[in-house]
Every structure is written in structure tokens, then in C-alpha cells.
Ligand binder design. Structure first.
Ligand code: ASP
Length: 338
């Protein structure tokens, strides 16, 4: 039986071609995708294309577009076996993370991919990324989807979406998941590492939860930062604070007072690490004790992209029981190590 895949085209380099007269890149009509990549017809699945009316550079993608994608997937969930999202590479990790929280209890694959070079370029990485993603988006065994989560496929690697970060603006091998193993690899054989795939622990039905709050701020500290700037952090409901190593910050009264007064105003402080690998461990050094004292939340080994989107999703979300902090420390869909 031919599996049905819904391809949602949002924009980015993957959907561009060079105007050979002017040399500039422009979006091409995705309705013609089968002419551009006739090999798509050879894949054992039926593809329907839903292009955004105006393809976007992914720096223009945000909550509105995430909701457009989740709503479209929600409406078409029963009609398709898998979903493939073509996306600009710059913010793909944010979208993948947001989608992983917004699409609850997935039983079908949602794969994001893009490319570093446009599809019409001679040396393009777009074709391989697109064709192999289609394969993963339609992969079923015994009537069950093999991938039941939001994943990113890029340059021969299948990765958990909410663990990815864009690592390179130069290399084809642009994404990494430093705190989680690859979910699969495409070589001579396409493989999937089943032990690492996400499986929902509940038997609840799939649903879309489009709740996203934007009252979240991200702040990165650095040695020599003027503490006047630190004390000027605007009033915000959630501050994602990116600190040193395993959770340290300068041991000055002024910094500590600022953090305490933010907490007194009701700001939730989520602490994450500037290291891309490993995570936060409060109390390991005395320079992290302040976080325990003020009741900050440990982001553990979460990525910055995922800490931000998880905070956006959980803040004031009526669909969750318990406090923001209680929910934030939970592993909701494979985004932190347990
Ligand atoms: N600026 C582009 C984007 O993220 C880059 C790309 O697609 O690779 O939309």
C-alpha cells in the first residue's frame, strides 16, 4: 500500500533557484516540485503539497507560522500517514521544538528538513535531504509508523527535533544533537535506531495544543558584563538565563539582588548552560548556590532553542495541571535526559 505524505513548504533556501541572469536567489513555484525532482515519483508514497502562500526566510517564522503548521497537520492528521515540513535552516530547530510541544501524542512522523544550497544548484544538498525525509515520513512497519515524533533530517542524519541546534552556517552537516544520539542514519542502507525513538507513555489520542505565550526573554551572561545592564533586565514572566558551565554565575551581591528581585516580582528563571554538551547541576559549585536559594528552575541538558519554546508553550497554558516549574522540569517529549 502506498503511504500518503503531506508536504508543507514554508520557505528557506531549499525552495529557491538561481536566476542565472541576475545571479540572485528566488523562490520557485512549489506546485512544480515533481518537475524539479522527478525522482520523487520513484519513492513509494503519494505526496500532496501544501505551500505557504508567501514562502518565508525562516528568520520570519514564529508562533503565527508554527500555529499555521500545527493547525494544518491537525486538520489533516487522519488523512495522511506522515508529514514533511520544508523549512529554512536558520530557525528550524526552534520550529521543531515548538511543534514537538504543540503536537501532542503523535503517532505519525513529522519530519523537518531544508538545505544549505538551493534545489536548483548543481551541488545542492536539497535533493538528498528531501528524498530521504520522504522515506522516513512514510516508513511504517506492521501498520505502525516507525517514527512517532517531530524529527529533523539533514545530511544523512535523522535527529530528534527538540534536541537539535544549527551548528554550522557553512557545512552541509549543519545540525547536531550533542545531548542525544542520532535516531537514524542514511548510508548505503537507511537505518533507524529504534531504541532511541520517542514513544508516548500515555494512550491518549493525538491533539493540537496551540498555546504559545511570548512573555519570555533570553539572556546570556558573560565575564565583564556590566552589572548595571544585568539589573536592567526588563520585567518579564519567564527569563531563560544562559550561564556558565554546569550552572555558575558571578558571585556578586548586585547580581544576586537582581535575581532575587526578579523572583520577588514573580519572574520564573530557567537556567541553562552556555555549553552545548552536558547541562546544569545546581550546587556543584558554590557559584551556583544562588539558583537554589531563589528557586530558579534547572533547564538540565536542554538546548536554548527548546528552553525558549518550552517556556512559551507552558506559560499560562490552561491545559497543564500544576505550576510552571513543576511542568518545566518534566521530560514532556524527549527534550531532556531523565
Ligand atoms: N536564511 C535561510 C532560512 O533559514 C537559510 C536557509 O534556509 O538555509 O530561511
Amino acid at each position: 500500500m502506498k503511504r500518503k505524505v503531506l508536504l508543507i513548504y514554508t520557505g528557506g533556501t531549499i525552495g529557491m533557484e538561481k536566476d542565472y541572469e541576475t545571479g540572485s536567489l528566488q523562490a520557485f513555484d512549489f506546485g512544480n516540485i515533481f518537475q524539479k525532482i522527478p525522482e520523487m515519483k520513484l519513492i513509494e508514497c503519494e505526496v500532496s503539497v501544501y505551500p505557504f502562500k508567501k514562502p518565508l526566510d525562516s528568520s520570519d517564522m514564529g508562533p503565527k507560522e508554527w500555529k499555521m503548521i500545527t493547525t494544518h497537520i491537525g486538520k489533516n492528521y487522519e488523512n495522511y500517514d506522515g508529514f514533511l515540513i520544508l523549512h529554512g535552516t536558520d530557525t528550524m530547530s526552534y520550529t521543531a521544538s515548538a511543534l514537538s510541544f504543540m503536537l501532542k501524542n503523535l503517532k505519525k512522523p513529522v519530519i523537518l528538513t531544508g538545505s544549505q544550497l538551493p534545489i536548483g544548484d548543481l551541488r545542492t544538498d536539497a535533493k538528498e535531504n528531501l528524498l530521504t525525509s520522504l522515506y522516513y515520513a512514510s516508513l511504517y512497519e506492521n501498520e505502525e509508523a516507525v517514527i512517532q515524533e517531530v524529527a529533523v533530517y539533514f545530511e544523512y542524519k535523522l535527529l530528534r527535533g527538540n534536541r537539535t541546534l544549527k551548528y554550522s552556517a557553512e557545512f552541509f552537516d549543519a545540525y547536531r544533537t550533542p545531548n542525544y544520539p542520532d535516531l537514524g542514519q542514511s548510508g548505503v542502507h537507511l537505518n533507524v535506531k529504534k531504541d532511541f525513538l520517542w514513544r508516548n507513555k500515555t494512550s491518549e489520542e493525538f491533539r493540537v495544543d496551540n498555546h504559545i505565550s511570548q512573555d519570555v526573554l533570553f539572556w546570556r551572561i558573560f565575564p565583564g558584563m556590566h552589572l548595571n545592564h544585568f539589573s536592567e533586565i526588563p520585567k518579564v514572566r519567564v527569563l531563560v538565563l544562559q550561564v556558565f558551565g554546569s550552572g555558575t554565575i558571578f558571585n556578586t551581591t548586585k547580581a544576586q539582588k537582581t535575581l532575587q528581585s526578579l523572583r520577588d516580582q514573580g519572574t520564573e528563571i530557567v537556567v541553562i548552560s552556555q555549553c552545548v554538551s552536558g547541562g546544569i547541576s545546581f550546587g556543584k559549585y558554590s557559584n551556583s548556590n544562588i539558583f537554589n536559594e531563589i528557586g530558579a528552575i534547572s533547564g538540565q541538558d536542554i538546548t536554548a532553542e527548546t528552553a525558549i519554546t518550552k517556556a512559551m508553550h507552558l506559560l499560562d497554558n490552561p491545559n497543564y495541571e500544576g505550576s510552571f516549574a513543576e511542568n518545566f522540569v518534566k521530560n514532556l517529549c524527549g527534550e531532556v535526559s531523565e
